[in-house]
Design a protein around this ligand. Structure first.
Ligand SMILES: Nc1nc2c(ncn2[C@@H]2O[C@H](COP(=O)(O)OP(=O)(O)OP(=O)(O)O)[C@@H](O)[C@H]2O)c(=O)[nH]1
Length: 554
């Protein structure tokens, strides 16, 4: 920490204060073998001077000795040096490094890139706000680039720095850079990132890492460090809807009944309306009690005891939530599972399920599909093995409050634990609640059956909310017809949600003549195209061809 030692010596209080008020950014770096990940992290650490001086001396000596860079400093060696330190830990699979600049503090998770380390990457990425995806400029996008991007999106990372490295080896060619950026944007469109920032860099030469490079006059964007120091990450938990799992009901005497817990999300004040997740009962906050007196406001991360203005039945394991934005309270969550254990998933077997609300038990009742992490293709699988990812339905022994993982990583995730070995076998990221009817549907396949009704063809579609985007071929059907969908497949659809019909080939919105919200949603078309596909979107979300969490495709 050489550059800061002067300040530490002169004014330790000023030093500590400057650190205290800096925001923290967590990011991961991903790349294929030899893309230059170690060199890049080494350089970031080196250039931000967050390396102890004795390590610097050793590094210079080692670089000369090993000589991979002709006597110049080989930044990758820096990481190998740190590796020995991390190996002293017993089971630390992910190396976290800490460094800071004048503007921000950083924690970087360095995760191995190979497929067999999928679980490490998921662990490292699950708290990250940004992923730096390294691409070798000579090679362009590789399978690993796609896998890492998919995993990053799966664990809720919204911002991608697409670091196109080794620009020195392609003569800093703008055209080649642009071509890779185009490829990436096209590939990543369905993954729903909020921002993708491409950067032409050379980790080895230091181009656009800290300083703007004279070798890329055509590039007007930020350097990697500028980007990391300024990227806006809006997952401040205090801004989310209020959530507080009740850890303890504090009842010292008949006059006091407080609900103690740590606020998982949001902000709360006396007078605010809250809702009890299990019963749907509402009340208002009377007091926010802490050891140091009552508060006028409490935020995510604070441990408090809340009293309410009404006598409401609430017990441990329940959740207090914002009245206007309740979570899903369900025994049947649907979630993406990342399988972390050598023993494959045993559908039907009882596991312990650890959620933000505490511990319960449950089983996986269906695996809707597995995802090939390299191609992103979905396919039917009976179970999930180590490092495999798929969408599954669970049945819990009691209802638990969840948010979709995309909205809240804390209340949207859980882990599965083996009851006997106590090993963590899976990480789960909740998508929503499985509609009850889906239990009968049982599979991700749909059947389209035809049933005549008063001259109008009624086409019954039986499917689950997780059906892949398939095309119902209606070529042979005379118009008009009604597409009859069990409400269950629409999952979390509500009245007022937008329904979009996409006619294959023409890719246009079909005419909806009738819309009934009873047991079924029926849509009448007045014409037929060669094929028709249906996408359902929640209001306000952007239709994507490869539907994301918000869409259901048939
Ligand atoms: N010319 C050039 N070489 C680079 C650059 N970045 C890294 N390299 C070289 O590429 C090779 C691989 O770099 P590493 O940093 O070890 O790559 P890595 O991705 O960490 O590889 P693993 O640790 O094996 O996963 C080394 O010989 C580096 O010196 C660059 O920007 N330009």
């Amino acid at each position: 920490m050489a550059h800061q030692s002067e300040l530490i010596e002169k004014d330790i209080h000023a030093y500590l204060k400057s650190h205290e008020h800096k925001s923290l950014l967590r990011f991961i770096t991903c790349g294929s073998v030899d893309d230059g990940k170690s060199t890049l992290i080494g350089r970031l650490l080196w250039d931000s001077k967050m390396v102890f001086e004795d390590q610097l001396t050793a590094l210079e000596a080692d670089s000369k000795k090993v000589g991979t860079q002709g006597g110049a400093i080989d930044y990758a060696l820096l990481l190998d040096g740190l590796q020995a330190e991390r190996e002293q830990g017993i089971t630390i699979d992910v190396a976290y490094r800490f460094f800071s600049t004048d503007r921000r503090k950083f924690i970087v998770a360095d995760t191995p890139g190979h497929e067999q380390y999928t679980r490490n990457m998921v662990t490292g990425a699950s708290t990250a706000q940004v992923a730096v995806i390294l691409v070798d400029a000579r090679k362009g996008l590789l399978t690993q680039t796609r896998r890492h991007s998919f995993l990053a999106s799966l664990v809720g990372i919204r911002h991608i720095a697409l670091a196109i490295n080794k620009m020195d080896l392609i003569g800093y060619d703008e055209e080649k850079f642009n071509a890779i950026v185009r490829d990436y944007r096209e590939f990543a469109a369905p993954l729903g990132f909020s921002s993708i920032t491409p950067l032409p860099i050379s980790a080895l030469e230091g181009d656009n890492i800290i300083e703007k490079s004279a070798n890329t006059p055509w590039y007007a964007g930020p350097t990697l460090m500028d980007y990391l120091e300024t990227v806006q990450v809006t997952d401040d938990r205090a801004d989310l809807a209020f959530r507080m799992p009740v850890q303890w009901v504090n009842r010292p005497n008949l006059d006091f009944r407080g609900f103690a817990g740590t606020i998982a999300a949001g902000t709360i004040h006396p007078g605010d309306e809250i809702r009890v997740a299990s019963s749907g009962r509402t009340s208002r906050v009377a007091r926010i009690v802490t050891m140091n007196g009552d508060l006028e406001e409490a935020l995510a991360g604070q441990a408090v005891t809340i009293t309410l203005t009404d006598e409401v039945d609430i017990s441990r394991g329940d959740m207090l939530t914002a009245a206007g934005a309740p979570p899903v309270h369900t025994r049947h969550p649907e979630a993406n599972l990342v399988w972390l254990h050598d023993e494959p998933l045993q559908p039907g077997q009882v596991y312990l399920v650890k959620t933000a609300n505490g511990l319960t038990s449950g089983r996986v009742t269906a695996v809707h599909y597995g995802v090939d992490v390299n191609t992103l293709e979905q396919h039917q699988v009976p179970t999930l093995g180590l490092n495999e990812i798929g969408l599954a339905r669970l049945e819990l022994d009691r209802a638990v409050s969840f948010d979709p993982y995309r909205e809240n990583r804390d209340t949207g995730s859980f882990i599965l634990i083996d009851r006997f070995s106590n090993a963590t076998v899976a990480a789960g990221m909740v998508i929503g609640s499985a509609p009850q009817e889906q239990e009968q549907a049982g599979s991700a396949h749909f059947e389209a059956s035809l049933a005549g009704a008063e001259g109008i063809r009624r086409i019954k579609v039986d499917a689950t909310a997780t059906t892949n985007l398939n095309v119902v071929d209606l070529t042979a059907e005379p118009a008009p017809f009604v597409l009859d969908l069990p409400a269950a497949i629409l999952g979390y659809l509500e009245k007022g949600n937008r329904i979009l019909f996409r006619l294959k080939g023409l890719d246009q919105v079909g005419a909806v003549a009738e819309l009934a919200y009873e047991n079924h949603l029926a849509f009448e078309f007045d014409r037929t195209e060669a094929g028709i596909s249906l996408l359902v979107f929640k209001r306000g979300s952007t239709p994507q061809k490869n539907y994301g969490d918000d869409g259901v495709g048939i």
